[in-house]
Design a protein. Sequence first.
Length: 197
Amino acid sequence: MSREFILKTPLSVEDILALRIGDRVFLNGEIYVARDATHKKMLSEVAQGKELPFPVYGSVLYYAGPTPPPPYAPVGSIGPTTSRRMDSYLAFFLERGLRATIGKGEREEEVKKLLEKHKAVYFIACGGAGAYLATFVVSWEIIAYEDLGAQALFRLVVKDFPLLVAYDAFGGDLFEEGKIRYRKIFLYHWEASQKEG
């Protein structure tokens, strides 16, 4: 049975170790929004001796590309993008204390091992519901790479942003758990139909 947590950034190791796959989390505070072009630029700049443009330790990275805000809201649509595209960059940020990422979809097997090692989690947000997710955003601003447009680095302040724990810090995988449950249900109904037939 899933549980519910209300968390505030920056996240601590204790926050992370309390979570298990399937738990619902309502996130509050600052989160940082970055996609693949942003990740590539940040690592390129670090290789040149520059500092990262946001405080990584305890932070949360959201894989998304917000649209410009309409007159009546702090931000436009802000749905998650496919997380797997950022997998090759993840170790770099986890080594510096990143505690969570937010996106959609399954990730490479190596990601689960990295989350265990560095005590971090992977949250999923509801795909296709960017306008709905925007209602949980209090404010947003571009903090770096404005030239990248929707792939700039943004800082959001969120209130009760709804998330689900997809990978926890213990090797748990909500996607795999769902497949196992589906197979069990399918097998149960198939066996029942064979008995009736």
